[in-house]
Design a protein around this ligand. Structure first.
Ligand code: ADP
Ligand code: ASP
Ligand code: MG
Length: 410
């Protein structure tokens, strides 16, 4: 008997035909004693369409004052797909039940639109499995301590699936999607990207954090925490995909870099002409943190030694721009900054790989690839296993391909 969690993303459940097809596939592969939990996303572009609806009310629906209502709206997407998939199983003669995040015991923090799973009480899930049902759970949602729905950030169904797999001690978590595994770069952008058989949690987490949208970063953290192998594979074929796990088992481990990630949903904010005295950075970044805005690359530069004036430049997610601008404008006034500039035509391109530890030449090769393509680097940041460059958004595709060619030419 196997206990498995299978997650199907939006493109896998985009139509009722596809929903029926995945129900058939699951049943054709199911052994009589298998216990199966299926986590699903909203159908196709439903989440985007719901956001578009909210934009008809206010062009900036991610303003803090709307966040609870956004969650009320966005959680409806997944509720449509769970109901339809449970009906599809029943139509095929298989007992099944749909459960919302709250019914499945998914407790989340109260940070609307950016909730984090705090814990899962899988009692109901186990009860339904024991009755012989396939349990279909709404991804991307949990419930906070006062009973309100909370969504888990874009791509959050991945995290729902892996966290549920951990909570019920599943043997494996399968992520079915529109690609047949994890590639050395987004295959939609890099035509000769290479599929991996395996990748470590450590490297996949960094790829995801730096924009590889195939997995939500938090889901990889959950996999690592629960030591659940995550199998990323295609909904539409039977070929094995990529296993995300603790360490490599079969592939050659001597990779220079593991992949190139990119992130287009980035904005840059520059607070110019602030006094270079203790406490300024603290004031600015704690105000952003208090509003739950993650800051990514940060640069502080001395531009006028005589006057002891400095500029603070940093990047945030594009979705946070409206909230961040409000916070930054307020702090800028308090600290007497001369100007606040916002740039939206920026993007981040990164290389990732544990193999780059102690190999300084790797970063230089990345910069060389960008230089040869005539692409200017605005900001550079590094971690133990990654190097990221902020560049012009319009040059992103060329940048990703140039860097990929440099490291993955066969
Ligand atoms: P789902 O709706 O199934 O969750 P997503 O669109 O969230 O699917 O994720 C799958 C997409 O992730 C792929 O279509 C691909 O374009 C993108 N992607 C980005 N980086 C990578 C990568 N390194 N490997 C594979 N896919 C990637
Ligand atoms: N439907 C949500 C989204 O589009 C969650 C998910 O698909 O994982 O982000
Ligand atoms: Mg996804």
């Amino acid at each position: 008997m196997a206990l498995v969690v299978k997650k199907f993303g939006g493109s896998s459940v985009a139509t009722t035909e596809k929903i029926l097809a995945i129900a058939k596939r699951i049943l054709s592969e199911k052994k009589p004693d298998d216990k199966i939990v299926v986590v699903v996303s909203a159908m196709g572009d439903t989440t985007d369409n719901l956001i578009n609806l909210a934009e008809e009310i206010d062009t900036q629906p991610y303003k803090a004052k709307y966040s609870r209502e956004m969650d009320m709206l966005l959680t409806t997407g997944e509720q449509i797909s769970i109901a339809l998939l449970a009906m599809a199983f029943k139509k095929l003669g298989q007992p099944a039940i749909s459960l919302s995040g709250a019914m499945a015991g998914v407790r989340a923090s109260s940070v609307h639109t950016k909730g984090r799973i705090l814990g899962i009480n899988p009692k109901r899930v186990h009860e339904e499995l024991d009755k012989g049902q396939i349990v279909v759970v709404a991804g991307f949602q949990g419930v906070d301590k006062i009973g309100d729905p909370v969504t888990l950030g874009r791509g959050g169904s991945d995290t729902s699936a892996v966290a549920l797999a951990g909570a019920i001690k599943a043997d494996e978590c399968e992520i079915f999607t529109d690609v047949d595994g994890i590639y050395s770069a987004d295959p939609r952008i890099v035509k000769n990207a290479k599929r991996m058989k395996e990748i470590t949690y450590f490297e996949m987490l960094e790829m995801a954090r730096l924009g590889a949208g195939v997995m939500q970063p938090r889901s990889v953290e959950m996999g690592q925490y629960f030591k659940i192998p995550i199998h990323v594979r295609s909904t539409f074929t039977n070929t094995p995909g990529t296993i995300i796990r603790e360490d490599y088992t079969v592939e050659d481990k001597d990779f220079e870099i593991r992949g190139v990630a990119h992130d287009q949903k980035v904005a840059k904010i520059a607070v110019l002409g602030v006094e270079n005295v203790p406490g300024i950075a603290h004031k600015l970044f704690s105000a952003l943190a208090d509003s739950n805005i993650d800051v990514d690359m940060i640069v502080q530069s001395i531009r006028n030694l005589d006057k002891n004036i400095t500029d603070m430049v940093f990047t945030i997610s594009l979705d946070d721009l409206a909230n961040a601008k409000k916070v930054v404008d307020k702090v800028a006034e308090e600290i007497n900054a001369s100007t606040v500039l916002v740039e939206e035509d920026v993007a981040k391109v990164s290389i990732v790989g544990a193999g780059m530890l102690g190999s300084p030449g790797i970063a230089a090769r990345m910069f060389g690839a960008l230089a040869n393509a005539g692409i200017n680097i605005d900001i550079i940041s590094t971690s133990e296993i990654s190097v990221s460059c902020l560049i012009k958004g319009s040059q992103l595709v060329e940048a990703v391909n140039s860097i990929h060619d440099e490291f993955f030419k066969d």
